[in-house]
Design a protein around this ligand. Structure first.
Ligand SMILES: Cc1ncc(COP(=O)(O)O)c(C=O)c1O
Length: 401
């Protein structure tokens, strides 16, 4: 497999000329010029509402079709199963409300201690309104993984939905979603996967994961600030959101309230094409996305191992919590005797951006049971370089000296 050409990739990102070493990818990546250009080109038109009569109408219609086609390739889904949303949080809230219409008191919901709050609270709030029981898949801090030994007990004949992350935005841990989905499907429950963190690091295939519904957010992988939900059209046909009377009842438009932001859809399509472009010349776009992710993974793993070796050398002044066997390149550490916000600020003075916080991973952070209020998250992106890592390691040593 050819290596990722990091220098060539970096040249396409105007923001990287600032000299900042970005380890804040899990919060949102920098944006390639071609993505910004696609947004500007689409928005400055000609652009009207969707239709086929005038070029301005066709431009809007084509932007929607191209967006659906890009995310079919990106997520291994069906074009009628790609829903645009403002954010993963918004999509999850919308679907939690729509699905709750068919839940009944006595039904059960399963959420996890590994999830970002965007895949916890919307479901719990919807379940509470119905009077459903909420059950938890627990996080084992020692392995940074979910306690799947408890899976059969937590998922019962009354479970209606299991909400689980594809990868933790705090720890990087990738749970065995396929195994969880198998158990959920055996009792007739739906599986909602939060792939917001996973999509930046892995080629996703809806079917292989076993997800009935899946959300991701293009701003985590070079795109604009928006989100995508993927599901089978057959499932979407059965879900009835609140909607305006004159708006279409067709799937997936039924879920896309109001006029779509064609320009953001064009930007998200361009981001998928940038990723596909990292996968070489061979095959269709799906094959190039898969190849690109293999290259990205190899690149990020090499840098991750460099960082991990250094973090180990700084123990016990810090604790590395990202220890799962299966995980992304995102590392979370807490400090003994140092304020993570002060460490982050010291790094920022050197032009190294690794934010401190808990990153809306409310449940995972609590489950870690550390005597701190926050930690430092170091995230790698495809454009992360060895020079970035050198500067991070020097900065960390200096801050903890
Ligand atoms: C794992 C995970 N899930 C959900 C979200 C929320 O995504 P959005 O900002 O699109 O609502 C984030 C954002 O950081 C995330 O990392």
């Amino acid at each position: 497999m050819a290596d990722l050409d990091v220098d060539a990739l970096r040249a396409g990102f105007p923001a990287l000329a600032s000299g900042i070493a970005h380890f804040d990818g899990p919060g949102g990546t920098q944006t390639p010029a071609v993505v910004g250009e696609a947004i500007a080109r689409t928005l400055t038109g000609p652009l009207s509402n969707r239709g086929r009569s005038a070029v301005s109408e066709r431009n809007a219609d084509d932007a929607v079709a191209a967006f659906r086609s890009a995310f079919v390739d990106f997520l291994g889904a069906d074009p009628r199963g790609i829903v645009y949303g403002r954010s993963a949080t918004q999509l999850t809230y919308d679907f939690s409300r729509a699905l709750a219409k068919r839940w009944r008191p006595g039904d059960e919901l399963v959420v996890t201690q590994l999830d970002h709050d965007a895949n916890v609270r919307p479901w719990i709030q919807a379940a509470d309104r119905v009077g459903m029981a909420v059950r938890w898949l627990r996080l084992d801090p020692a392995t940074a993984q979910l306690r799947l030994d408890e899976l059969d007990r937590v998922v019962t004949d009354r479970t209606r939905l299991v909400a689980v992350t594809g990868a933790s935005n705090l720890l990087g841990s990738k749970p065995d979603v396929a195994r969880i989905a198998e158990r959920a499907h055996a009792v007739g429950a739906l599986v909602h996967v939060d792939a917001v963190h996973l999509a930046a690091h892995d080629a996703i295939d809806l079917g292989t994961l076993g997800a009935d519904l899946l959300v991701c957010s293009p701003y985590k992988f070079f795109g604009p600030h928006c989100a995508v939900l993927a599901a089978s059209p057959e499932l979407l046909e059965t879900i009835r959101p609140d909607k305006l009377l004159p708006s279409t009842d067709a799937v997936p438009e039924r879920f896309e309230l109001g006029t779509l932001p064609y320009e953001l859809m064009a930007g998200a399509t361009a981001a998928v094409d940038v990723i596909a472009g990292l996968g070489g010349e061979r095959g269709d776009r799906r094959a190039r996305i898969v190849a690109a992710n293999a290259r990205i993974e190899q690149h990020e793993l090499r840098l991750r191992e460099r960082i991990e070796a250094h973090l180990r050398s700084l123990e016990p002044r810090l604790t590395l919590h990202s220890v799962a066997a299966e995980r992304t390149s995102t590392l979370f550490v807490t400090f003994a005797g140092h304020d993570p916000f002060a460490v982050s600020a010291a790094l920022a003075e050197r032009g190294v951006l690794a934010p401190a916080g808990t990153f809306y991973a409310h449940e995972p952070f609590r489950a870690l049971g550390v005597g701190a209020s926050a930690g430092l998250r170091v995230g790698l992106a495809p454009y992360s370089s060895d020079d970035d890592v050198d500067r991070l390691l020097e900065g960390l040593s200096a801050a903890l000296a």
